[in-house]
Ligand binder design. Structure first.
Ligand code: SF4
Length: 278
């Protein structure tokens, strides 16, 4: 029976259309060779401080999402802006502390002090708390509801780390944050590092365009815009989906699938100051 199941799974895997992750599209744009080495040859990327900090941020946002229901349902019937701000802020700062401490060994490997990372990332926890508190406060005031009822009816619901995939688009991914407004959704990508003087970086545009297409399919609706939040600059930029962008994503997906199914590693491109050692 087990053998039969294994055979069935193998046939299914063979029959399933190849899928690539949305981050592979942006990696391809930067360096097809590095993507090939990672995905086809199995080269592992060496852990670096940016990866550890990125993981901390993602863990924090994931927990912020999971703990929000608890905060909302336990709010008293009459609550002021200060009270709700304080409830969110205290919980979110505690979550950040717990996440950083959980990664303290990795941080120490790079000579980074957990306490200074907590201070550095605190503004992110405070800003997230203020945004969610403001959202809940205005919705509760408008509807005059609280507790479980408030949580059930709350719009927008904010979901972090939302998994999305589509066999038709041959894409899968995890969206950092999605605001759900009834039947439609607004994806938000959280980025660290430099922000362009105008618009968004091309890799970021491609990433959110793919997420918009995936969310359109998931919610069976139109998702016309996405936000990229440049955390280190406390600034947000909007990307509007258009038919050319959708075509670009489909063509790029095709190119990535061809690369990953092929047997030829792309040549070194000769860019200076790059990590091309193999
Ligand atoms: S120099 Fe090497 S790692 Fe850098 S982009 Fe070119 S091929 Fe990729």
């Amino acid at each position: 029976m087990e053998e039969f199941n294994e055979a069935a799974n193998a046939t299914e895997a063979k029959a399933a259309p190849p899928m690539v992750s949305v981050t592979d599209l942006s990696s391809f744009m930067y360096c097809p060779r590095a993507l090939y080495q990672k995905k086809v040859l199995g080269y592992e990327e060496k852990l670096n401080p940016a990866m550890v900090l990125g993981a901390i941020r993602h863990n924090f946002y994931d927990l912020a999402n999971k703990y929000e229901e608890r905060i909302v349902v336990h709010l008293p019937a009459e609550f002021s802006t200060e009270k709700i701000n304080a409830a969110y802020s205290e919980t979110y700062q505690n979550l950040l502390r717990a996440v950083v401490m959980n990664r303290s060994k990795s941080l120490e490997m790079f000579g980074l002090e957990p306490s200074s990372i907590i201070s550095e990332l605190r503004p992110i926890a405070v800003a997230e708390a203020a945004e969610r508190a403001g959202n809940v406060h205005s919705f509760a005031a408008m509807r005059n509801i609280f507790g479980e009822e408030l949580w059930q009816q709350l719009i927008p619901k904010i979901v972090t780390e939302m998994k999305v995939k589509s066999a038709m688009l041959r894409l899968k991914g995890v969206v950092d944050k999605v605001e759900i407004y009834g039947t439609t959704a607004l994806p938000i990508e959280l980025k660290t590092g430099k922000m362009p003087s105008d618009g968004v970086w091309p890799q970021h545009r491609v990433q959110v365009a793919a997420y918009m297409m995936l969310l359109q399919e998931k919610f069976n609706t139109t998702v016309g815009k996405a936000i990229i939040r440049y955390l280190d600059h406390n600034s947000s930029r909007t990307v509007v989906l258009n038919p050319y962008m959708e075509l670009e994503i489909k063509e790029l997906t095709e190119k990535v699938i061809r690369l990953l199914q092929g047997s030829a590693m792309p040549k070194q491109c000769g860019r200076e100051n790059c990590s091309c050692t193999r």
